[in-house]
Design a protein around this ligand. Sequence first.
Ligand SMILES: Nc1ncnc2c1ncn2[C@@H]1O[C@H](COP(=O)(O)OP(=O)(O)O)[C@@H](O)[C@H]1O
Ligand SMILES: [Mg+2]
Length: 348
Amino acid sequence: MALHPLHTLVEQLKAQPIIFIGGKGGVGKTTTAAALASYYASQQQKTLIVSTDPAHSLGDVLDTQLNNAKTAISPYLDAIELNPDVIVDEHFSQVERTIKSYANPDMMPKIREHLRLSKSAPGAQEAAMLESMCQHLVCAADANSDKKYEHIIFDTAPTGHTLRLLVLPEMMGAWTDGLLAQQRRQAKLRSVANHLDSHNQKSSQTDSAQKNHVANPFAAKKPDRWEQAVSVLEKRKQLFRQAGLLLHDRTQTAIVLVMTADVLPLAETKRAVSQLEDSKLPPAAIVVNQLIKPTQADAFWQHRAERQQQLLQDIESSFPNYSLYPIYLQKTDVRGTDALSTLLEASC
Ligand SMILES: Nc1ncnc2c1ncn2[C@@H]1O[C@H](COP(=O)(O)OP(=O)(O)O)[C@@H](O)[C@H]1O
Ligand SMILES: [Mg+2]
């Protein structure tokens, strides 16, 4: 079976600033992501690990309480666990502030009610999470930023959820484009209305028809408020564009899928690979985790090890274009940066 030694994956990803770890629930995404992050940090490469999985297991694996802000795990390793509830709240407060700056104050109670309902609408958490992920992605990859990391590793939620997030930048970009086009049309209308308004005022001075003059609702708005709203949308569009470019740039982003040598993870990984290929985001590698070394096994484990070897043949023939890397099953759960970084050495 042509499994590549794991150290070649570590070497292959060494030059890769952005690494996404994806796969089915429970296969070892968090363990692999934290192992890579701990290893690079132990090599004095500044690394940020960001968990987007609402299951919050990154903090458990790193033996630390994490939150939406960066926590320093070691001099070269920072970690973040994105909490969708907090992010969605922050996101909608920001939206409310933006709307408030240009909406009619009488409308605000209705708008607030609408925003409150939108918070629990399907996709709201994903959209807010995506924006936050893109901000971390773009900020961490910005060569001019003092926050620059050599690696930003995303420990993601189970496959389907992550795949949707990966293709969302394009969809959100198109959606923002629609909003901007609408804003532009309204700006045009306003400028015509302003023109009419000043025209009315001039004529009212001459023909004393002031009492017939109806105040133009658009003219009352300060143009800079509209510009502010447009600039928020423009910034967001730019953010999604930059994130989309980074994701599709193979020299920047590597997607690593983790699976175990079992039937269901194999089926899910096949679907994930074909979806990623369709989105022009082929994975950089596939890690087969929790492998049992046949030499260590008693009768029960020997049987499981043999079963894994049969499945490894299926796995190899299912992914002829991808490199496969093994991680072996350890005696216990792997926790703490020392144990995590040696997991990769133990599997070489
Ligand atoms: N190679 C391994 N050896 C031993 N235990 C492992 C290994 N990989 C993962 N585990 C354990 O399996 C469980 C699930 O792993 P985790 O990384 O949390 O999966 P995921 O993030 O994909 O849901 C955890 O308890 C973890 O410690
Ligand atoms: Mg996990």
